[in-house]
Write a protein of this length. Sequence first.
Length: 313
Amino acid sequence: MRGEEARAVPGFAKGLPGALTGEAARLADILPHLVVEARNVAAQLQLGIHGRRRPGLGEEFWEFRPFVTGEASHRIDWRRSARDDRLYVREREWESAAAHWLWIDLSASMHFVSRLAAQPKRDRAILIGLALADLLVHAGERVGLPGRTHPLASRNIIMRLAEAMLRPGAPEPASAPAMPEGLHLRRHDHLIMIGDFILPPAQYAERVAALAASGIKGTLVLIRDPAEEDFPFAGELEFEGLEEVDAWRIGDAAEVAGRYRDRIAAITAELRRIATRHGFGFVKHVTHRPAAETLLQLAALIGGQPASAGAVR
């Protein structure tokens, strides 16, 4: 963990095992920087989601307010009241039955980064996920990581999710699934899936159909490197896979570039068509573009607002 980044997020990874290995160690190295960046991106946006932040039943502190005659005395916060000449009640933030769940693809293909991009796909996926969680919580929603946290309404949601990602149990990239598996979510919960979704279209369609059949809502965020979109290569090349040992040899990359672009566009259209057929949202993000652009799209999509509802300050 670099000193400058660690100072920016004091207490990061507190209580975690001292000897992190594999993917956890790599995440521990990059997450402090992503936490800071996610906070900065989220702070620049005005979320186009009508939140329901109001006092009520919940776990997170909301605010202190003056005690009103006729209320039950057990609601008085005596410690806060002792600092003033008035009695105060500690309000907690209202929590809804539904929740947002954030699933981020950590498979090996997500580690790819070309010279055209500033970050690997994995890092940009984490950045978008953490920033979106912050925006949702500030709009009155709850966000969790399936199998790792309960739905949280914490105002420090970015840090809490980042630390949860480092806890033991995350699969190594070689075994990490390209789509969520074995999730036990409640009907009407919202699952936000962020990844490159590199798997056969039939398998992708099967997973999306199964998730929709379980009664949850879904949004898919497709992450691509600009080189994967535009194929900016020429000459004789050999491509090696990150998840398979097979290599792809090309005599003249420029000759196949046009066919490649047509094919990748067709794949994207098919992924979008499958998602929308099951009522799921679909957003594509290319990693040379600002994360804020995609966050605004997601804010509008999740909140049911036009894209102009959110704006960059």
